[in-house]
Design a protein. Structure first.
Length: 95
């Protein structure tokens, strides 16, 4: 008897819980959610590429500033390469 009562009580609780759940949203709402998720992903991807582009542009600008300084002679001049001194050539012996 106890088993039967507990089984019926469990079944009743299960039915009440399933009735209390919200129904699935209509198709329009699901499509709107899908579009929102897609656009959010696209926004994140766009932001990632935008940041990478800004980084490349900043690096190119830094590189170009250095080239302009070298061309215009601004800043320190480029160091001259060190050349080793060669010994004087030996004279051939007299005959």
């Amino acid at each position: 008897m106890k088993k039967l009562v507990s089984c019926l009580l469990g079944l009743t609780l299960f039915c009440v819980a399933s009735m209390g759940q919200e129904k699935r949203p209509p198709e329009k709402e699901l499509k709107a959610q899908v579009n929102h998720v897609k656009s959010s992903g696209n926004d994140l991807l766009h932001l990632r590429f935008k940041k990478a582009h800004e980084k490349h542009v900043a690096e190119a600008n830094r590189r170009n500033k250095g080239i302009v300084k070298d061309i215009n002679g601004e800043g320190k001049p480029l160091p001259k390469p060190a050349t080793p001194k060669l010994p004087a050539p030996k004279k051939p012996p007299l005959r």
